[in-house]
Design a protein around this ligand. Sequence first.
Ligand SMILES: Nc1nc2c(ncn2[C@@H]2O[C@H](COP(=O)(O)OP(=O)(O)OP(=O)(O)O)[C@@H](O)[C@H]2O)c(=O)[nH]1
Ligand SMILES: [Mg+2]
Length: 369
Amino acid sequence: MSFSEQIQEIEAEIKKTAHNKSTEKHIGRLKAKISRLRREEIDRQLASGKGGAEGFAVKRSGDAVVSLIGLPSVGKSTILNRLTNAESKVGAYEFTTLDAIPGILEHRGAKIQVIDLPGIISGASKGKGRGKEVLSVARNADMELIVLDIFDGPMHLDLILEELWQVGIRINKIRPDITLKKTSRGGIAISTIHALTHMDFATMKYIMGEYKVVNANVTVRCDPTIDEFIDFLEGNRHYAKGIFIINKIDLAGNRLDYYLKKFPTDHEYLKISAEHSENLDDLKDDILDTLNLIRLYLRPQRGEADFEEPLIVPHGSTVGAVCKILHQEFVDGFRFARVWGTSSKHAGQMVGMSHILSDEDILTIVKRR
Ligand SMILES: Nc1nc2c(ncn2[C@@H]2O[C@H](COP(=O)(O)OP(=O)(O)OP(=O)(O)O)[C@@H](O)[C@H]2O)c(=O)[nH]1
Ligand SMILES: [Mg+2]
């Protein structure tokens, strides 16, 4: 049986199995099997050089990377051109863009790399229409701008999320907080912090069996679904933020509300017209807010803080993380840091590597001599 036939057969079995408490173990195991088969198939393709076609070469730059994902002709390139200094060809026909085109969006002191990509189609994750290369750029981005057009958007949304899901990209999801330590004997011990509502320990053990885990200590600090638990066991998942954009609202005229109502309500949408530059400032703000970055002003030991070029780092960054971003020598030679701003108890507070910084803090790192 071919790889896709095997998967189809298992998927059919999941579909025809009633989902309830008594079938939970069985379904968990079947889902884990599909994940394993897919991973094996990808490994095989990579090994044989098939599907390993030349990827798009985009050098990462800026404080964060955002990629434009959507079907052909929805307006991705128009958005890139409006947000950044870049020029990507715009066309009234599909597949105008054939390459990854990066540009830089400068907003609120941050430099965000925005990457325009060819449109994806159904089957992209399996390689259709250079889909693999497109999705691999998306996998390296911190955030996906999912572009939908006002008319076909509701139809395209599931397709896009499915293709992203297939290559291991999880949108607006939190990495399941689970740790697993293999042991040499004693079976599987599971400890939890909250009650699990999606599966019981027996199901978890059964699924782990599919991954040949028989002796381990597992700590679960969340309430994972079967899919989330498999994601954890598979590893190699990319958790990216996502913004859902509805473009071309100008074309709907006074029927705008009618078309907007067709979009599923489980996401929030930003409604824009790239062509008429409508709501683009909201989009820029949304990108910055969703990336959740903070600005730090670095101040040398003797001298003034640099308010012109803030260092942009993710919200929740520690002094240690900043040292790492700056240079390994700050990590190796770290003595202490001084902080002025909302994260400090008083001006110039002495702090260690684990101190968490806030937006617009001033930071001095003191190294050993
Ligand atoms: N009316 C209107 N047309 C738009 C808008 N945004 C883009 N377009 C038009 O839609 C067509 C496709 O735009 P592109 O930016 O090339 O779309 P794309 O998503 O990059 O397309 P591919 O590169 O083929 O995937 C062009 O004719 C644009 O002028 C919009 O907000 N309103
Ligand atoms: Mg394009």
